[in-house]
Design a protein around this ligand. Structure first.
Ligand SMILES: *Cc1c(COP(=O)(O)O)cnc(C)c1O
Length: 386
């Protein structure tokens, strides 16, 4: 059944915490004719991407921005590859699967990893970071922990790291473009996201921003960056000096730029408001069915990944399979939260009434819950003042 779909071009409602539905302008940009990676027009698109990324991340002067040819995980790995040398003390905040991935990567690049942890569903405590900074050269934290729907208190953590001498590396995969983010104001040295999350571009490029301080740290390494492909200097050869380094995925650059332009034209504050309105309306509509917030502290709830505890006795696998039959994808928990929660994606184009109306209608039928869609629309209407 799955290997012979009736219509491979049938619309699909993608409500996962990444990838997200493509922005129509990104979809259209994918049809542009192929050009060489050294073509002047491609360099012009690259320069526009670099400029727009500064705005996306709130980056200061001297910050280098670029796309890496890989997914968000490559953005994560490139930071450790360039900024860690064997024996360095690296503090990693771990309160979910992506924080754990960071710790694993830092160790592979030879770091002595110190972990500051929080139980699943709870945010990192900045005081614990402050208490463990002695001798640390790099602090790494996930802003929005996708595996649990937790928003970590980045401004407060950045404040304690600032002035300690340590660099701060941040995973903004579920936040940049949908949540307030300011590299310059907060003093962040390295940040990355994935094209397929909050920007609704196809997967395959990781937008990064690297502060002057981080570039300086990399330039004065005792040993060369072990990951040749993402060596900061090699990236600058191509992005700043227009000389060949590797063949960039040109069509993904086109699509990514179209999506990023669309996001900036919509306005970052407007996007932040949009995701919050959607998040509240969905939670309000589902609450009478017995769905409740998994993250207790309202300030620690990540608006772009709505983690909802399932009602008692709910058939998680069965309902999601039935939704998939109707071309609707919903993601459950991961590891310890499997079978316990749903993680509803509200990044980029997923945070629109249309796709969630589709979900509500399907659930109304599957669960026999009449009025669910009306409840959702009413919550949205009230919240957006319709
Ligand atoms: C999705 C995600 C990643 C990894 O991105 P990939 O594109 O899957 O490599 C890293 N961090 C967070 C917080 C994510 O949500």
């Amino acid at each position: 059944m799955l290997d012979s779909p009736a219509d491979p071009f049938a619309p699909h409602t993608l409500l996962t915490p990444g990838p997200t539905p493509l922005h129509p302008r990104a979809q259209q940009a994918l049809t542009r004719s192929m050009r060489g990676h050294m073509d002047p027009e491609v360099f012009a698109v690259n320069a526009a991407i670099q400029q727009d990324l500064r705005e996306l991340y709130g980056a200061g002067e001297g910050t280098f921005t670029a796309l890496l040819a890989g997914t968000g995980s490559l953005g994560m790995e490139a930071g450790f590859a360039n900024l860690v040398e064997p024996g360095d003390e690296v503090l990693v905040c771990v309160n979910g699967a992506f924080g754990a991935r960071m710790a694993e990567m830092a160790a592979r690049y030879g770091a002595r990893v110190r972990r500051v942890t929080a139980p699943l569903g709870q945010p990192i405590d900045p005081a614990q970071v402050a208490a463990n900074l002695g001798g640390v050269t790099l602090v790494a934290m996930v802003h929005g922990e996708t595996s649990t729907g937790v928003l970590n208190p980045l401004p407060a953590v950045a404040e304690v790291v600032r002035g300690s001498g340590a660099l701060l590396s941040v995973d903004a995969v579920t936040t940049a473009g949908m949540e307030p983010f300011s590299m310059e104001a907060w003093g962040i040295d390295y940040v990355y996201t994935g094209s397929q999350k909050c920007l609704s571009a196809p997967p395959g490029v990781a937008p990064v921003a690297i502060s002057e301080r981080a570039l300086e740290r990399q330039a004065t390494r005792r040993t060369p960056t072990p990951l040749w492909y993402c060596d900061f200097e090699g990236l600058r050869d191509y992005w700043d000096r227009q000389s060949y380094h590797h063949t960039v995925p040109v069509n993904l650059h086109f699509a990514f730029h179209a999506a990023l332009r669309a996001a900036l034209e919509e306005g970052l504050p407007q996007r932040q408001a949009r995701v919050r309105e959607m998040d509240r309306a969905i939670a309000a509509a589902l609450a009478p069915l017995g769905f409740s917030h998994y993250v207790q502290d309202p300030a620690a709830r990540l608006p772009t990944v709505l983690a909802l505890r399932l009602p008692e006795g709910f058939d998680d696998a069965g309902v999601r399979a039935a939704l998939r039959e109707r071309e609707i994808s919903v993601t459950g928990g991961l590891g310890a939260t499997a079978g316990l929660i749903w993680r509803l994606g509200l990044m980029g184009e997923a945070a629109r009434p249309g796709p969630y109306r589709t979900l509500m209608l399907a659930l109304e039928e599957l669960l026999g819950e009449r009025g669910l869609t009306d409840r959702f629309e009413e919550a949205l209407g009230l919240l957006v003042g319709r």
